[in-house]
Design a binder for this molecule. Sequence first.
Ligand code: NAD
Length: 342
Amino acid sequence: MTKQQPTLLVTGGAGFIGSNFIHYYLEKYPDTRLLNIDKLTYAGSTDNVREVETLENYHFIHGDITDEVLVGDIFTDYDITGVIHFAAESHVDRSIKDAKAFVASNVFGTLTLLQAARKDWENKGVLSKRRFHHISTDEVYGSLGETGAFSESTPYDPRNPYSASKASANMFVKSFGHTYGMNVVISSSSNNYGPRQHAEKLIPTVIQKALAGEQIPIYGDGKNVRDWLYVADHCSALDTIYHQGNPLETYNVGGGNEKTNIDMAGEICTILDELVPQYRTIESYKDLITFTTDRKGHDRRYAVDDRKLRNALGWKPTEDFHSGLRKTVEWYVNQWKARPVH
Ligand SMILES: NC(=O)c1ccc[n+]([C@@H]2O[C@H](COP(=O)([O-])OP(=O)(O)OC[C@H]3O[C@@H](n4cnc5c(N)ncnc54)[C@H](O)[C@@H]3O)[C@@H](O)[C@H]2O)c1
């Protein structure tokens, strides 16, 4: 890819949502020049972007967003017209064991990008025109009781080190909007599901354990509630927010699908019973579900009110929970079948 032409910078594009976004974006806007910087932590893989890597207008940089020199050089070498920032440590359980990497990548990494963008865009006199979009999470709002939903004005109340690092990053992003007049926007989504998610997360874990005939671990009583958003719908929401969202605003993105973890696992097992009865040695994959010691500080319920995005910007998801979950399970089953040994 030749340098000094208008280029969109995506961070963390070898991870779950970032790689889905790159596929979505390059298919929808095939003329966009897109630069993907990713450190390739345990959670990132170039396999996730294999289908786009030969495109002329796509370029991958294996690098760390906390590397100030590298990030500064990217802005000097390329004409970065916008940033869509996914790169982060993303697994709550790991943050509970050790939060340092979360502060480094999620907070310092975000600050490093903000500073480099600000410097370059100020020099070019385009600071208020070029967009910096931070991808955040509904977890920054804390935990809910049986009813209600987080709105964009719900005060931050992070309950675990991961969500604390994301709330902190959000604050820095907002502060750069207020202090320097940067054109920043934040989207806070609920739990994503779909293809290319790391095996450590709930849905891939349930599917893979079931197919392997191993116990399917569910935390606590399984009654924790999450709102589930199909990743392709998240990508279309990000496209909408990146292009149409107002500067300094936050937009919640939800799937409108609240499920307890135990119901979610049960639905996956029902789909697997139908799709792949041949790997089953028991009557139903559901028989493999087992309850384990609860996660420390396990937030009970998340739900987002995303009427601002739906009403003001006209976004709506295309998948309902059943169609999205079926597509997801089919994708993992196909991956499983394609494995050389199982
Ligand atoms: N997965 C969800 O359900 C969810 C929900 C809401 C918000 N988010 C947010 O969306 C973003 C993407 O989440 P995901 O689930 O795709 O995460 P992921 O863990 O699958 O991917 C993160 C990617 O970032 C890269 N990365 C991490 N630290 C880096 C660094 N210092 N420099 C460069 N690259 C680095 C990793 O290598 C990986 O490819 C995150 O910011 C996360 O907080 C995720």
